[in-house]
Design a protein around this ligand. Structure first.
Ligand SMILES: [Zn+2]
Length: 355
């Protein structure tokens, strides 16, 4: 089979996907329709404003404006239910077997509390896992632009679910994200320490833009289980030898989001992406979408883009699937089962790729 078909057939693991950024065009159109019925035609964005087509780029700041529109469109519990269902089904249709979704618990006065928002997401996750061949876990997102108080309430919510009978198996950690030009991650270290003490895993957007001091301090704190992007970590791509040493010694996996980085302009071209430098070091790398809706991509297409750009042999492509299994926030028992099923599927695909 050809490379794209092969990538679609791979048993894939998605570890860096923001719920709201993952909305497909079809879902955005649905949400726009609902708003139109409520408000009439006034002041509504066009669906083309919220996705970035092939060959188009936007600045990181413009991307954050897009996220603002998406949040506005999903401001009811009914919308939250729909978008969660659609996103999970779309990942399942792309042959993603395990998905770690991340989302910022939303509080919209008069419409939903953070707890109601999360309860709705978790309820849909539970029901979709029964109807689709996919395992889903949740990371609660701490938004660095919202301040430490807000982070504490998100942590309290995550702690609540960790001991709840209903959802303790579904909530596995925290994500730290948000506009990297706003706030300092150092302010959040106490929250992250507390999270670790409670057994929560931490995926942190780090070195998405150059910020040497912040990055080194966070790495030195030794709290991060996976790094989102890590664009400016390697000394060859704007980082430092000290960053490299810590990340290498601790073997902290990097979540690689090729289309996202190129389309939002933090990396010039796919060819110049830091993936190549880290691969040379045999460092654990996970191919992810980040925001499949906003960046108009799928996980299969990200695997394809990576394999094609860096001329990966079949063995390396398969190895990316397995590295992703190792980097999940599942417990050892669950991971063993997932590894076995992924290995079996990969074996059945072996030799079927026509290069
Ligand atoms: Zn992200």
């Amino acid at each position: 089979m050809d490379l794209l078909t092969y990538c679609k057939r791979l048993p894939k693991i998605e570890l860096h996907a923001h719920l709201t950024g993952s909305l497909s065009d079809a879902t955005v159109l649905q949400l726009l329709e609902v708003k139109r019925e409520q408000l009439g035609e006034h002041h509504l964005p066009d669906s083309a404003e919220v996705t970035i087509r092939q060959g188009h780029n936007r600045s990181l700041e413009e991307c954050f404006k897009v996220f603002g529109i998406l949040h506005y469109l999903s401001d009811s519990l009914e919308a939250v239910e729909n978008i969660t269902r659609n996103v999970i089904q779309e990942f399942a249709a792309d042959n993603v077997w395990y998905l770690e979704l991340r989302t910022t618990p939303k509080h919209i006065p008069g419409k939903m509390t953070k707890k109601q928002y999360m309860d709705t997401v978790l309820k849909v996750v539970r029901s979709e896992m029964e109807h689709n061949k996919i395992t889903v876990r949740l990371l609660l997102s701490v938004d660095r632009s919202r301040g430490v108080e807000d982070a504490h309430t998100t942590l309290a919510l995550a702690k609540h679910y960790r001991v709840s009978t209903e959802y303790k198996d579904l909530v596995c950690g925290l994500d730290v994200s948000g506009n990297p030009h706003v706030g300092s991650l150092l302010d959040y270290i106490p929250v992250l320490e507390e999270a670790k003490k409670c057994g929560l895993k931490l995926a942190v957007h780090l070195a998405e833009v150059p910020n040497e001091d912040e990055v080194q301090a966070i790495l030195n704190a030794g709290l991060v289980d996976r790094i989102g992007h890590g664009t400016f970590l390697h000394p060859g791509s704007g980082g430092t030898q000290d960053h490299l040493t810590v990340v290498r010694n601790k073997l902290i996996p990097l979540e690689i989001c090729l289309s996202s980085n190129v389309k939002s302009g933090t990396v010039k071209t796919v060819e110049q992406h830091h993936f190549a430098r880290w691969k040379e070091l045999k460092h654990p790398l996970i191919i992810c979408t980040d925001d499949k809706g906003v960046f108009c991509t799928t996980l299969s297409e990200e695997y394809y883009l990576c394999a094609k750009t860096f001329s990966l042999p079949e063995e390396d492509i398969q190895d990316l699937c397995l590295q992703a299994v190792e980097a999940t926030f599942m417990n050892q028992k669950e991971k063993t089962i997932l590894r076995q099923t992924v290995q079996n599927e990969l074996k059945s695909l072996q030799g079927k790729l026509l290069m």
